[in-house]
Design a protein around this ligand. Sequence first.
Ligand SMILES: Cc1cc2nc3c(=O)[nH]c(=O)nc-3n(C[C@H](O)[C@H](O)[C@H](O)COP(=O)(O)OP(=O)(O)OC[C@H]3O[C@@H](n4cnc5c(N)ncnc54)[C@H](O)[C@@H]3O)c2cc1C
Length: 421
Amino acid sequence: MSSAHPARAVVIGGGTVGLCCAMHLLRRGYEVTVMDRGAPGNGASGHNAGLFSVGNCLPTSTPGVIRSVPRMLTDPHSPLAIRWRYLPRMLPWLLRFIASGRPAQVERASVAIAGLVKQALRAWEEVLPPGASEGVVINGGHLLGYGTDAVFAKAAFAIETRQRRGIDMRILDAEGVAGLAPILEGRFRHGVYIPRGPWADPRLLCAALTDLLVSEGGRRLSAEVTGFAQSDDRVTVVETADEKVAADVVVIAAGAWSKHLTRMLGFATPLDTERGYGVDLPDPGVDLPFPIISMDYHFAMTPLPGGLRLAGTDELAGLEAPPDFRRADRLVDATRLVFPELRTHGAERWMSYRPSHPDSLPVIGRAPRHTNVYLAYGHGHIGFTLAAITGEIVGQLVSNEDPALDPAPFRPTRFRILERG
Ligand SMILES: Cc1cc2nc3c(=O)[nH]c(=O)nc-3n(C[C@H](O)[C@H](O)[C@H](O)COP(=O)(O)OP(=O)(O)OC[C@H]3O[C@@H](n4cnc5c(N)ncnc54)[C@H](O)[C@@H]3O)c2cc1C
């Protein structure tokens, strides 16, 4: 930057994606303000399974997804469910989601996701140097566990796709699974082990990132963004109820709520939310050596410093509907099927909002009509994993550097941009 004063960047959203964008802008010499209406980790970034899901390169919609639609609509407990009341509003998203499950689309999406995933850990190590990640990031692998031969057989397409994308993984039979740790003896018929797949307590990670931001000179403002002042094709001021913050660059990284902000600027991408549920068990009586994803029930069991976190499932019901905590209770029931010794005393249930586009790809790029607004949202099931590489790409795009990978698959204009009103 050539001007006497550093350029001012405002990042809207203090989840992991916003914080990683902020760190990259800060380290490029910007004066950075992160605005978030809640405490660090209040969004999906603090309420997820905490896995660096480097074995995951598949979109949520895969060939045959259409066959699961009747169950989605009729069984409120199915791993992917939609509330009837929300169906009319969700229909355009749902139709795009189903269309995204065509084999050619899935192939393209998996190439794009794998491109991000393969750089995810390196990017995290650069955002969070060893001093900052110590005691937060736990190194090791994680396991996808299959309880029956039938579930494993159904996973053939996903496993083959991972293999084609060169994902580092080991396919195990029951004996191989048991060989990973004695507690796994007799628990799963098959497994896929991701040897380099660390994890973290997401609340600790959000707090560590926020501390790092402040220690390197960034500012975090606890406030809700309510509007923008614009001049020609630029946003000049970001407004909250109490403050107007001048901006040379604006990044919208507000997770599932990003569509409210882009609408204020006259456009929106087809962003909705895949709601997920969780249960934190402070004294589970099950001592897992590493996280396990139950592929039978589609949720993760993650051992964290404060106990065991169960997290997952997918509910299409928008941002306003009250939580249905029976979905969280199902996670406990499903864990008990594998670990009958599970204890639930002191359990805390929660729900959070994955920000999701129907093609399971995030938007990372410049806004369609504003030359100083950048978009970083829609990371769906793997935003915790992809936050650092997203921040890196945003930093590079803002500074006109060559990006770490071709961002074309993530461009906002891949959708027909929805106009305001
Ligand atoms: C059950 C579950 C399990 C998951 N497990 C994993 C996993 O193991 N690994 C993985 O990689 N991903 C996982 N995910 C996905 C991951 O959590 C999300 O993709 C990711 O956290 C999204 O991060 P974000 O920063 O975009 O959004 P968020 O963390 O939601 O942050 C958005 C922030 O914007 C703020 N905000 C919104 N509007 C405004 C406004 N107007 N003004 C000011 N602030 C505003 C909100 O307060 C919020 O803090 C999981 C998700 C769920 C639900």
